[in-house]
Design a protein around this ligand. Sequence first.
Ligand SMILES: Nc1ccccc1-c1cnco1
Length: 244
Amino acid sequence: MRIDIISIFPDYFAPLDVSLIGKARERGTLDVRVHQLRDWAHDVHKSVDDTPYGGGPGMVMKPEVWGEAIDSVIGDGAPRMVVPTPSGRPFTQELAQELAGEPWLLFACGRYEGIDSRVVEEYSERLRVDEVGIGDYVLAGGEVAVLVMVEAVGRLLPGVLGNAQSAVDDSFAPGAMRNLVEGPVYTKPPVWRGREVPDVLLSGHHGKIARWRRDQALRRTVRNRPELAAELDPEMLDKHDRKL
Ligand SMILES: Nc1ccccc1-c1cnco1
């Protein structure tokens, strides 16, 4: 997979040089290219934003600069374009799985009050463009959102995770864990400050362990994410005697 990121803060993406994503880049599984938007700003101040039409606070990123940058980066190609924005569709594990199936992604990182809306309009005629939010809070720019999305997508690519099974067991993963968060996890020592690991996990009985884990996942989902629990099959909740 190729990923292009256009931003006025390319250094924000240094974390993509390390850990899982860094190794996937070294192996060639992932080809991440970060571009400085200002390279396509031609005035002496390399300005990329201006005051919003209609007035109001903040600044809006200029369409000309973005148009030149995107045209230069994609050429005649047609990557799937993702624009992080607080007003976008929610980024979910399902969307991460979908994006992980794409051969080429282009992330357009806006800052300030956003990118002139004609940029999405322009490229929606030629590319699949998704405006995507990572949560209901305000960031200074899209860079952090892109880091979140690249990590969530990158770890789903073949060979990136040491054990492909863990992607299946992930919280929210489609299939058995859909609308469920993961339950508690434990490792050695078996007793720590007088606190013991649940016996079932030491039993070696895989069926019982699987049932216990699912029960714990249900309990935690009901406790921490009641809105997800509400989506679960009521039979599952009754069977596990779940009380909100
Ligand atoms: N607040 C923001 C500002 C700029 C670009 C993205 C965001 C964002 C994305 N998801 C939540 O917030």
